[in-house]
Design a binder for this molecule. Structure first.
Ligand SMILES: *Cc1c(COP(=O)(O)O)cnc(C)c1O
Length: 367
């Protein structure tokens, strides 16, 4: 293989020998900034492909079967994005004149361009959860009684880990009563598991235990798992065969998708266990931040996401700008709210450098 390809594809590790700190680019914007590793690129190059719209792409089929087996579910469908897998699920669960229940910070509400309304014509019933997590009592209170003037509650969406909740995660015990409630009330239960594996490496729970509790599950291959693109929607066989129609009508039927599926398969087979390293690094950065006087609160760092709030006399955009002057990229999520995310294209030197910069930041630098 041509090695220059990889050099071009890995600008994150460039070093600059200026100042007493070895300057380096550290991209903490998201876990979606990763590039395929050499081994993943090789898997892509070697992929056998066909036409997945005809169900004839062997690698896409292998990915879907591998994931379905991993979760102990019937089937899966490979889609271009987690937005699409969530949106397909919402459309399938929500008939006319229905609503879905979710936490007010959830991705399906905040970051999918209002797709629940546009695609599914569903209403939304928001719960004020705890760091993005909602519980059975809250859901029970939120479920609408059966009245002719109210939308019918059709779906509950759980997000694990919670992105805006700072990477917080659920344990199975918290899901059991929610499953029971949904069964009693005839309501669907969907898991937005964009970062589910980040939760599972912490709890040591098995994908199949989660597969047993949900009507549909969406997982992302392009977040911490390090594939360049792709998500999977999992569910019962009849659900997934209908989901393929929704994927097609949304323009998500891909032809030689095996090249992308090969990256996803590689990610599922190789990049799950190492997520704990991302968590360890995020905790180290979180600990350094918690020492700073200009930071008011920091969400407990549970997985690979660090969310913190600056004291009101400082400004989020200014903080991000100062970090950028040191070649560290973070994102402002609100006027005082900052997010940093760790991922597999970081190394220990970059984390040490980031911590060093944080330690040296003085309140006056931020004015
Ligand atoms: C990233 C993400 C998604 C899906 O996003 P895409 O960018 O469309 O793949 C869904 N839910 C959560 C919680 C996410 O973080």
């Amino acid at each position: 293989m041509d090695k220059t390809l990889y050099l071009v594809a890995h600008p994150l590790t460039e070093e600059y020998g200026t100042g007493d700190l070895p300057r380096m680019h550290v991209n903490l914007l998201s876990d979606t900034v990763t590039k395929p590793s050499t081994a993943m690129l090789e898997a892509i190059l070697m992929a056998e492909v066909g036409d997945d719209v005809f169900g004839k792409d062997p690698t896409a089929n292998a990915l879907e079967q591998y994931a379905a087996r991993l979760f102990g579910m019937d089937a899966a469908v490979f889609c271009p994005s987690g937005t699409m897998t969530n949106q397909i699920a919402i459309q399938m669960h929500c008939d006319d004149l229905t609503e879905l229940i979710c936490d007010e910070t959830s991705h399906v509400y905040q970051y999918e361009t209002g797709g629940y309304a546009y695609n599914a014509r569903a209403a939304v019933n928001l719960i004020k959860g705890n760091n993005g997590k909602i519980n059975a009592d809250q859901i029970s209170d939120a479920i609408k009684p059966n009245r002719g003037w109210l939308p019918k509650t059709a779906l509950v969406v759980i997000e694990n880990t919670s992105n805006k909740g700072g990477g917080s995660y659920y344990r199975l015990e918290e899901i059991y009563p929610i499953r029971q409630l949904c069964d009693e009330r005839g309501i669907g239960l969907h898991l937005d598991g964009a970062r589910l594996f980040n939760a599972l490496v912490e709890t040591k729970e098995k994908p199949a235990q989660w597969g047993a509790l949900f009507d549909s599950i969406s997982i992302c291959l392009s977040k911490g798992l390090g594939a360049p693109v792709g998500s999977l929607l999992l569910g019962k066989a009849s659900f997934i065969s209908q989901a393929r129609r929704y994927r097609k009508v949304m323009g998500g039927g891909m032809r030689q998708s095996g090249f992308m599926a090969a990256a996803g398969l590689f990610a599922l087979k190789n990049n799950i266990a190492r997520l704990s390293e991302d968590h360890h690094r995020a905790k180290k950065i979180g600990a350094a931040l918690s020492e700073k006087s200009f930071i008011k609160t920091i969400n407990p760092v549970m997985t690979n996401i660090i969310i913190f709030e600056l004291d009101e006399s400082y400004d989020g955009d200014r903080f991000v700008e100062v970090l950028l002057q040191h070649d560290i990229a973070a994102s402002a999520m609100g006027k005082y709210l900052i997010r940093m995310v760790t991922h597999l294209d970081l190394d220990d030197a970059m984390i040490d450098y980031t911590i060093n910069v944080i330690q040296r930041l003085r309140p006056t630098d931020l004015k």
